[in-house]
Design a protein around this ligand. Structure first.
Ligand code: UTP
Length: 288
């Protein structure tokens, strides 16, 4: 019951980030010097995941290229003796990591994207990471969840308190507290208006799910926005299995929105060992 597989749904249209996402995937947007998808893959790798399943769509080729070997570049770096950069390039895909691509022909929703990974996941528990939620934790957030999973062996959703006026952007959960950080979920609703939201605990883009989720997604009608929603599948799952909500330790940047993306760039640049100090000095010179 180890979590060794993860699905990365990267087939969304990224409409909130147009026009930059017109011909390139949102998940390849750089935060400082790495694309969003690489942060998510590194987080999964650090949690013990070795099989990365990307659910891709049109315009998503750059993601495949990013995790492929770049022979000419490696030869050039080797010849010019740039060992450090060579390591940076090689470390994008460690040898024991497998990348598999499956196509979602139409962006029918996150639940549908997860279903596209069903045959590759089989009957194992698996993680889902939404790369546009960039998570920064002293201990990587998925690693926190994998540790909990080894104890509970049930589906786990990462949650955080969101402002009341933002409940309509998230799946919102309610349930019975088990501890300060854990909740036994008995309700989940997709994007409720604040007046009807069952709580203010919003699901962030990290999940560990049992394979029972696939039947549940398949049996749901289309949900909010006419999309096949993962949230509706989880609502079905929690009628049959325990589902936990976990208040993760760390900071989340919503890089699917322009504000969150810019915040991530500023804060991660400030924390960057090489460019951080200089960037801080530069920000101080701004008359804001
Ligand atoms: P979002 O809700 O952020 O949708 O999807 P989006 O299309 O990417 O962006 P906006 O809202 O239009 O700006 C959450 C995650 O689910 C993936 C997205 O790629 C993103 O990582 N997704 C969504 C799919 O893979 N397929 C879908 O049909 C929908």
């Amino acid at each position: 019951m180890k979590v060794t597989k993860a699905i990365f749904p990267v087939a969304g249209l990224g409409t909130r980030f147009l026009p930059v996402t017109k011909a390139q995937p949102k998940e390849m947007l750089p935060v400082v010097d790495k694309p969003l998808i690489q942060y998510a893959v590194e987080e999964a790798y650090a949690a013990g995941v070795r099989q990365m399943i990307f659910v891709t769509g049109r315009h998503k080729r750059p993601i495949e290229d990013h995790f492929d070997m770049t022979f000419e570049l490696e030869v050039a770096l080797e010849k010019s003796g740039q060992r450090e950069l060579l390591e940076v390039v090689r470390n994008v895909k460690p040898d024991d990591m497998e990348c598999i691509y499956v196509r979602q022909a139409q962006a029918l929703g996150l639940g549908h994207a997860v279903m596209c990974g069903q045959r590759l996941v089989g009957n194992d528990p698996f993680a889902v990471l939404l790369a546009d939620d960039l998570m920064v934790g002293t201990k990587p957030v998925l690693a926190q969840m994998v540790e909990l999973f080894s104890e509970w062996r049930v589906s786990i959703l990462a949650v955080q308190e969101v402002p009341a006026e933002h409940t309509c952007r998230y799946g919102i959960v309610a349930g019975t507290p088990i501890s300060d950080q854990l909740l036994d979920v008995n309700r989940i609703v997709e994007k409720p208006a604040p007046e009807v939201a069952p709580s203010r605990l919003g699901v962030a883009g990290r999940y560990i799910l049992t394979p029972g989720i696939f039947n549940e997604i398949a049996s749901q009608p289309r949900g909010v926005g006419g999309e096949i929603q993962l949230t509706d599948g989880i609502a079905g799952l929690l009628r049959r299995e325990k589902v936990l909500a976990y208040r993760y330790q760390g900071r989340r940047y919503d890089c699917g929105s322009k504000e969150g993306f810019l915040q991530a760039n500023v804060e991660l640049a400030l924390a960057h060992p090489q460019i951080g100090p200089g960037f801080r000095d530069y920000l101080r010179t701004l008359d804001i």
